[in-house]
Design a protein around this ligand. Sequence first.
Ligand code: URA
Length: 232
Amino acid sequence: MSDSREIVQEYLDIVATVREYVEEQMQLGFTEHHEPKKQTGDFDLKRLREEAADCTRCELHQNRNTVVFGTGDENAELMFVGEAPGADEDRQGEPFVGRAGQLLTKIIEAVGYARGQVYIANVIKCRPPGNRNPKPVEVETCEPFLLKQIELIHPKVICALGSFAAQTLLRTDQKISSLRGKFHDYRGVKVMPTYHPAFLLRNPNAKRDVWEDMKLVIAELKKDRALRESSP
Ligand code: URA
């Protein structure tokens, strides 16, 4: 290929890559481009939170008190994703603050983090009335917020709490019992599905499995840190 043909081909490849990216963003429901947060400070996550705060895209906005966007360190290496806010979360505007949330805080602390050092969010940002399961249309409508959060926070590991979060992120209908215990990939981020803390409250024996999953998470984060520290 001549030099000028190579340049044209290179140009066409760049255009195709940009188009693919823009189409993907539009499919996720975003019409504006957000630069990755790590290059621009925390402005974008703040903007996303503001966008979510007055969201009326699905019927869940009719009964909510607050949009439960997410909490924690916006540069966290470890992120937890749950299902949807319950009554306590809806009242306080923060995910995982009820009984299941207190157990999640204990799990986080047991693996050596403070709650504020990780990031916690849900697939669905508004409480489904009576804590019913979110409808597929609600997941589809709300999911772009979570996906954008993940993109901006860019954690090293996501811990998907329960089958709903795991199945949504991994686009699968496999059971949590077969998904847990190993890493899966979500756009280059390692995902460890594990049991939801609310399930653990009803089934304390499953805490042993969660502990095994969390040990894998910690080992992975350690490995990642060692790699980063050893590279120039
Ligand atoms: N359960 C969840 O999945 N998320 C919360 O925020 C609280 C309970």
